[in-house]
Structure formats: C-alpha cells, structure tokens
Design a protein around this ligand. Structure first.
Ligand SMILES: Nc1nc2c(ncn2[C@@H]2O[C@H](COP(=O)(O)OP(=O)(O)OP(=O)(O)O)[C@@H](O)[C@H]2O)c(=O)[nH]1
Length: 480
C-alpha cells in the first residue's frame, strides 16, 4: 500500500509538471508570435499566418487575434462567420481587462465546450495596448493536453484526474465526468491550495482509494493519481495463494519429518517410562538393558535408571533376605521354612523333619550368660549347616529349637544323619561353655502323615520322648 501511495504521488507529480511545462510552452509560443504581430498589427496576411502557425504547431489551439476593442481580427481555423465580431467569452473579456499574459479560469462555451483560454497582450513600441493574441483549449475534446494525460500507465485500476481551482474536473478517463465537481474530498482542498502528498480517501462511490496528488502551479489545478485499495490488496492475495501453493508441499514434508523424528526421539523415553512400572521385577534390569537409547540424553537417562534399578534390586534382595532369615544365626526363620516346605509338597518331594533342641540350655545361659548362649546357638547353626547338603534347609523356629529339612530322605536315613549331627555336636568343645548336647525328634512327609501339621506333631512327640529318655539322643516318631 505504501508503494502504491508513493508511486501514485510520483506519477501525479510527473503529470503536474508535464502539464505545467505544456502550459509554459504554450505561453512562450504566444509570446513569440505576439512579438511578431505587434510590429505589423494591421498586416492581415501576417496575422493569418501567425494564427495558422500557432494552430498547426500545437495541434490544440484554436488561435485568435483580438484588437483592443474586442473585435476578432484573425482566427485559425478560419471562421468567416465570426470575423469582425466582438468576442464575449469569459476568457476573452478577462484577457481584455487584465492586459497581461494569462491562463483563464476554465469556462463553458456557448456551444457547451469546456474551455481554457491562454492569451498574451499586444503592445506597440510606444506601449499602447493593441489587443491580444490567444488560443482556446477544448478540454473535453481531443487536445494535446488530453493526449498528454491519456498517455499514462493504467495499472490494475489506477487512474488519474485533474481538477481546477473550483474543484471542477478538467480531465477524467471517464470523459462524462469532465466538467462535474468534486466535493467533500480533503485532498482536493489541499491540491488546489498548491500542496501535494499521499492519502487514503473514499471516492464519490465510497470506494477506498490510495491517492497521490500534486499541484499544477501555473494554472492552480491539481492532478490526482489513485488506485482502489482492493486492487492493491488483490495482487497480495494472489501472491499469498502462490506462496501457500509453493510452500505447502514443503510444509507437509516438514511436518511428516517432525512427526517421524519426534516418534524416534520419544520412543526410548516411552519405553523407559513403561519399564519403571516393573521395577520390582528382578528381570527389570535386563529389560532396561534391551532398550535402544540411541541418543546421548536418553542414554544418560537409561544409565541413571539402570543404576536406580540396581540399587532398588539390591535393597529389595536385602529386605527379602532379612524377612526370611533369623538375624542371630543366619538360618531360615519359620516363615521362610513354611514357604520352602510348601514348595516341596507342591512338587511332591518327600522329606524328613529333624526337630533339634539343645539340652539344658537354660543352664548354659544361667552359667555363662546370655551372650555365650547366643554364641552356642551360632556355633550349633554352623555345625548343622556344615553337615547339610545343598538342598537341605536349616531353620531356627524358636529360642533354642532348630529344624533341619532333608528332602528325599526316609526315616532311617534321616536317623543316621541325625545321629551324625548329634555326635558331632556332643564332641564339639565350644568356647568357654565347653560341651553341649542336643536331642532330635524325627518325622517324615508323607510317610508319617500327609498333613504337615501332623508331621510336626509327630516330630514334637519324638523330641519329647528323647528328652524324657535321657536327652542327647535321636528318636524316630512312632506312627502310632
Ligand atoms: N542365649 C539365648 N538363650 C535363649 C534364646 N532363646 C531362648 N533361650 C533360652 O533357652 C532356654 C530354654 O530353656 P528350657 O525351654 O527350659 O529348656 P532347657 O533348659 O534347654 O531344658 P531342656 O530343653 O528340657 O533340655 C531358656 O533359658 C531361654 O531363656 C536366645 O536367643 N539366646
């Protein structure tokens, strides 16, 4: 829009100065001819030659010589019917009165032509007024001025018009409008006061226009070049559509690529997030390992999570161990023992239960103190473990009560193992407290009973029997 305003202003300026130049040239021609005529004002032949030359030279003037009484002395084109007549047009009267070179105000002739009259006074050598030499310019008809204004570049609705100091249109591409007046238009007020500039205006049909305007100083006219805003922006719309057409495929490709890369970038993050939900799973470390963290940040995140998983797993393992272990001896506790027995029973693996109890342990505590009693419990655990096989289970189920589970052993073989254990304990000289003995009750699953509680009861009974019959002995439960 700025560009349009500026180019319209430049164009109005150019046409205004071209019009000024045309009027200046016309006046100079009249000055030149006036000099010739003044010498021989009564030479009719000379007068005719000069007016004819003026007419032909400009191709626009209807030239005329008027004497000081306002009577026509010569015309071109030749019009015999008006020769010797008094001329009464406003331009002619003004020239006669003012006796100076002038461009008349535009006026309407009797025949309805819009005319300006350019004139130059004639004086003899003594300075006496002889009349004037003038030329009429018909604004509505084809003239050099019309030609000048018509030869301009019409681009997408751009047009020019010319107004006089009465705001009357002297030139308009729509020739019907020539002679009409332009009212309520701020730039017309400006231009007839000799100012130029640019403005957004609305024309008489309320169409928004981008106008540039400049004054024709010599005649107090104004030239306005304007273009509808809509036309200016229409080319912009076309441009935008063109830009969209050309950039759309690239934009679509870009969006697809963004989506593609976003997917690949977010994939390891999503996988890491999903695996976080299975952190308590011992396999989660391996799960993390398998995630393809292909870029630096995801790799760092993965390593951090692996470290976290590792710490967590260690702690879970520790907790699990603590929950299943007797803290004093490191043997299984009762909860852990029950779990292991359930597994054996589920798998239908027969087993023997050895219920082991230290003889007169109260006495040990009382004699050597509780700490030494604890030492004895630990030493006993070590001995039991040492004599056990890989699949055997050592558990502490009470103060000085232990259980040894022997998978795939019947009563007889369990008895032999129990005896070996008993004799080993009895022959172990423990620190400070010396020698202790143990009693062992033996029962088997499912040999004694299919019900594990009953098997325990059998083992209890056998142990009780051992205690009752002198201690430091092993007893297989009586099935009856
Ligand atoms: N040092 C120590 N003593 C314990 C622990 N738990 C239980 N005791 C003791 O073990 C003793 C068990 O005594 P009793 O059940 O009377 O049996 P006992 O003296 O071994 O006699 P019998 O079993 O009949 O041969 C008690 O004195 C308890 O205080 C423990 O963790 N550490």
């Amino acid at each position: 829009m700025n560009y349009t305003l500026k180019s319209n202003y430049a164009y109005a300026n150019k046409l205004a100065s071209a019009t000024d130049n045309f009027l200046e040239a016309a006046m100079q021609q009249l000055t030149y001819s006036a000099k010739i005529i003044e010498q021989e004002i009564n030479n009719e032949k000379l007068l005719k030659e000069e007016v004819t030359r003026l007419n032909l030279q400009t191709n626009s003037f209807n030239s005329v010589v008027i004497n000081k009484n306002g009577i026509i002395a010569a015309t071109s084109p030749v019009l015999p019917q008006i020769m010797e007549q008094t001329i009464s047009s406003p331009g002619a009267i003004q020239a006669l009165e003012e006796k100076r070179p002038l461009i008349s105000k535009p006026y309407m002739s009797a025949a309805g032509n819009l005319i300006i009259f350019i004139s130059h006074p004639l004086f003899d050598n003594a300075g006496n007024y002889l009349g004037y030499l003038g030329g009429s310019l018909y604004l509505k008809e084809r003239s050099i001025l019309n030609d000048l204004l018509d030869q301009h570049y019409y681009d997408e609705g751009t047009h020019i018009y010319v107004v006089d100091s009465y705001k009357r249109i002297l030139y308009h591409p729509d020739h019907i409008r020539i002679g009409t007046y332009v009212n309520n238009n701020a730039i017309i007020d400006d231009v007839i006061n000799g100012k130029g500039g640019i403005a957004n205006v609305r024309n008489n049909q309320n169409v928004e226009m981008l106008a540039g305007y400049a004054a024709v100083k010599k005649a107090h006219w104004g030239v306005i070049a304007q273009r509808p805003v809509k036309n200016t922006l229409a080319s912009l719309d076309t441009l935008i559509i063109e830009v969209i057409k050309r950039t759309l495929p690239m934009a679509v490709i870009t969006f697809i690529l963004i989506g593609f890369f976003a997917h690949f970038i977010s994939r390891p993050l999503k996988q890491l997030a999903n695996k976080v939900n299975t952190l308590d799973n011992p396999a989660s470390f391996e799960n993390f390992e398998n995630i393809k963290a292909w870029y630096f940040e995801s790799q760092r995140l993965k390593l951090a999570m692996l470290k976290g998983v590792s710490i967590l797993q260690t702690q879970i393992g520790q907790l699990r161990h603590d929950a299943q272990t007797d803290p004093l001896t490191g043997a299984h506790n009762r909860r852990s023992l029950n779990g292991l027995l359930n597994q054996l029973m589920l798998k239908q693996i027969p087993f023997a239960i050895l219920e082991i109890d230290i003889d007169f342990f109260k006495r040990v505590n009382d004699t050597f103190g509780h700490d030494k009693g604890d030492e004895a419990l630990k030493t006993l655990t070590d001995i039991i473990k040492k004599l056990s096989r890989k699949d055997d289970v050592v558990a502490r189920i009470g103060g000085e009560e232990f259980v040894l589970i022997l998978p795939n052993e019947d009563s007889e073989s369990a008895f032999k193992i129990a005896e070996r254990l008993r004799t080993t304990v009895a022959s172990t000289n423990m620190d400070v407290i010396g020698f202790i003995t143990i009693s062992i009750g033996i029962a088997t699953w499912p040999e004694h009973s299919n019900d594990i509680d009953q098997v325990y009861k059998y083992a209890d009974k056998a142990l009780y029997y051992a205690k009752e019959h002198g201690r430091n002995c092993c007893v297989i439960a009586d099935k009856n």
